[in-house]
Design a protein around this ligand. Structure first.
Ligand code: UN1
Length: 509
């Protein structure tokens, strides 16, 4: 048995719901299989709608207590969760690798992202600032304050199975909310381990049950009850555009709030003024890292004709050197895709490319033999495509990189923005005018726009999210905390008069 499974006691029969203690669940058994070697790594009894109901009730009850604990004290609990994550960084990072197939360094990097957002949230717990205003009426004071919302639903995807929960949960906690987490069933073991780590901290501090909650179950039993639950004022969801649209409609129907972080179709523009060595390093990490399964993965390179051929050659050379294999082994840079369905989707996209006027320049083969017999390993792929190719508008969650040539920067920006998604973007250039154009209102339409920095691997200090089909939500740093609270405007009259605003007169005896 792997040490990471032992560390979190995941080898025994597991329950799919926790509300401070583990529920005895009533749903189907979920068999967790590692994409690395196809081995069964866990068995979980999933939650039913009844189990969800127990969790939701507890989350509502705990909110009444948690919201009244002063924010800096809530921050201290988050600090302790951050410390517990530091302590568990190696084991949890390894579990991420085992569960979803990331290389170890990326698995540990994800845990680091959790630690970073915990630190950020501790500071933020003393900075839940509201503005004060000058009233138009004499001896009146106006100000605004931020109150907690209630239980927050957090729906996460397989590809960042622990970090995305923490961006939401750490901020939601300091804001005074309780959290109901519905993780992807593809990454359920990671969610169980994180819940174990965090609930030990809550227990140690004698806090009531129901502050951090977990429900693993399918859409019918858990997903739908959660998004339709009017006791849950905010749903923060990461995943596909289709999933996000369905959630948005359900939550909007009850006038709830959402934070949506959906698909990306991220591009890098490489101009004739780029440092190509830097550009290539960033492109390969952005396109091949996490086997192309980040929402921030670099999917399109829009390269100027003057450097196009050189860039293409250098990329092919770099791709030839990417070691593919068991992500737990030293030196491997690319592990498997999450499952064979993801491989099938990649193969279907590659088949389309030919019929749409594109051609494969490198890779794209499904690998076989030895560990590759799982059917989850592929070669990363570089394709050349015309800018109007339909398949390029889609986010295929796999390591496919499209190369598109351009002549004028305006044209490059039009190609760049000509997709439905708007998450992350970058330009590689040392030319001030090109860079400023890209960052101006004329430029990138994405939530993230970088210069000489790739599209993936954002730091937690910034607000994370994007526009258009990406859903418009913002998580993690900057002032994203405001989405987890409700704003209240207060006017206080300390005079002996009762003047009305706007000079309205309403006198009576
Ligand atoms: C995601 O893929 O859903 O910027 C999140 C990045 C990471 C987060 C990705 N910090 O690539």
């Amino acid at each position: 048995m792997d040490t990471a499974l032992q560390a979190f006691d995941l080898t025994k029969k597991l329950e799919g719901a926790n509300t401070g203690s583990w529920l005895s669940c009533n749903g189907d058994i979920l068999v967790s299989v590692s994409p690395i070697d196809g081995r069964t790594i866990g068995r979980i009894r999933t939650a039913t709608a009844n189990d969800y109901e127990k969790v939701a009730k507890q989350a509502v009850k705990a909110f009444k207590v948690w919201r009244m604990i002063p924010a800096p004290q809530r921050g201290d609990i988050v600090r302790q969760i951050g410390d517990a994550l530091r302590h568990n960084k190696q084991n949890l990072g390894r579990l991420v690798s085992l569960n979803v197939g990331k290389i170890l360094s990326e698995g540990e990097g994800e845990v680091q992202e959790m630690i970073d957002i915990a630190d950020f949230a501790v500071g933020q717990s003393r900075m839940l600032y509201g503005l004060s205003m000058h009233s138009e009426r004499p001896r009146h004071r106006m100000y605004e304050q931020w109150h907690p919302l209630g239980p927050v639903g957090v729906i996460t995807a397989f590809n960042f199975p622990v970090a995305v929960w923490s961006w939401n949960a750490m901020i939601a906690l300091i804001a005074g909310n309780t959290v109901i987490w519905k993780p992807s069933h593809k990454a359920a073991l990671c969610a169980l381990a994180v819940t174990k780590i965090a609930s030990e901290v809550l227990d140690r501090n004698n806090l009531p049950q129901g502050i951090l909650n977990l429900v693993i179950g399918n859409r019918k039993q858990v997903g739908n009850p959660l998004v339709n639950d009017s006791r849950v004022p905010l749903i923060s969801a990461t995943g596909s555009v289709n999933m996000g649209k369905a959630i948005n409609q359900a939550v909007a129907a009850r006038l709830g709030k959402t934070i949506l972080e959906l698909g990306g179709n991220n591009a890098i523009i490489v101009t004739p003024h780029a440092d190509l060595t830097l550009a290539i390093r960033s492109i390969v990490f952005g396109a091949v890292g996490t086997a192309g399964q980040r929402c921030t993965t670099t999917r399109r390179i829009i390269a100027h004709k003057a450097i196009y051929a050189d860039l293409q050659q250098a990329l092919i050379k770099a791709y030839q050197q990417v070691p593919i294999g068991n992500p737990l082994e030293d030196g491997i840079l690319m592990g498997p895709l999450i499952d064979t369905e993801a491989v099938d989707n990649m193969m279907a996209a590659l088949a389309e490319i030919g019929s749409q006027g594109g051609k494969i320049l490198y890779g794209g083969e499904k690998l076989s033999g030895g560990i590759f017999e799982t059917g989850t390993y592929v070669q990363p792929c570089i394709c050349e495509v015309p800018p109007d190719c339909a398949i390029v508008r889609e986010e295929t969650f796999a390591p496919i990189l499209y190369l598109i040539p351009y002549e004028e920067l305006d044209e490059a920006i039009a190609i760049h923005n000509g997709v439905p998604q708007g998450l992350s973007s970058a330009i590689f250039s040392n030319n001030l005018k090109e860079v400023e154009t890209f960052l101006s209102h004329l430029g990138s339409d994405c939530g993230i726009a970088n210069v000489n920095v790739g599209t993936s691997g954002a730091e937690i200090g910034g607000a994370f999210g994007g526009e258009k089909d990406t859903g418009g939500g913002r998580e993690a740093g900057s002032d994203s905390w405001k989405a987890y609270m409700r704003r209240q405007t207060n006017t206080i009259n300390w005079s002996d008069e009762m003047p009305l605003a706007q000079g309205v007169r309403f006198e009576f005896d």
